[in-house]
Design a binder for this molecule. Sequence first.
Ligand code: TLP
Length: 341
Amino acid sequence: MKTIDLRSDTVTKPTPAMRQAMAEAAVGDDVYGEDPSVNRLEEMAAAVMQKEAALFVPSGSMGNQLAIMTHCERGVEVICDSLAHVFHYEMAAAAALSGVQLHPIDNLHNEAGIASLNEHIRNPQDFFPRTRLICLENSLNRGGGTVMPPELMAEVYRLAQEYGLKVHLDGARIFNAALALGCEPAALTAHADSVMFCLSKGLGAPVGSILAGSRQFIDQARRNRKMLGGGMRQAGILAAAGIFALEDTSFLAADHEKAQYLAQELAAVPGLKVDLTKVQTNIVLVELEVMPLQDFLQKLRQQGVLAGGAGSAAVRFVTHRDVSMADVQAAVEIIKGIMLN
Ligand code: TLP
């Protein structure tokens, strides 16, 4: 039985051409700054994100946490969306590693939330923590891969600057967001002091993410990366996959088409609820109205379809390069079979 893995775009495997580029990569000791492939990837990434400098990091989580650690001192507060990855899926690392408090708020990514954002920025009285950082996420994973237009990011950035705060963008899927918004990634990063994006998700590299920002910020983040044990040696083998991934991101459009197809088909199935307005990139959240989540996931698994959960009653499907349109069509038939029997 063929497995159709829709749990995440992180499951994508390097293509033969990417493996070839990895095998042939020029390498050196990156802790001495001597890995030509890492240096090239960092330069390329900084250019794409229109930032002064960039740092290759092992994971998106480490990139986000380095951003928090580098922007903040202990005891300050970081505003994020109540659905943010840094809040739900990073092992409380902001508290454990940087000693900061996350202040999650609803709707940070839309007009309603932004209108009241200033109420969440602490005023400078002695019994309040200082607000230091706002963390945005575009696309918003737990929001169903929804995107935040550059104009809204600009509003948040303007407010942040007014209050002397920094803005970090968790752009794990920034290329998906930019594609959906019809803009360049740099149109989004223009409204953030730092950005993290992942090479290891839809872009198909096996490992790695990038943190980008000002030269001074990245110099300090590099020191913090070493402190966390993230200084890598002949990492050029991995960086070569990242360079390869950045050279052509056009295939992401097909991932969005597969997500649209999946969402529209499932929206018509009794017992499933899909908010089609929220299907904007490569993620489809489906609410289950008649069956417990774990039962549904298990039935899917028995027939070779893997999906994940998002909350207690929603299924998350993520399309990516390693599932074809035919695979998605087959998954739809299996899901219909489960729901209609
Ligand atoms: N997300 C993973 C899981 O952790 C949920 C996934 O399958 O979607 N920011 C965002 C918005 C992410 O979605 C992720 C990974 C990360 C950061 C962390 O990246 P990694 O997994 O490389 O640490």
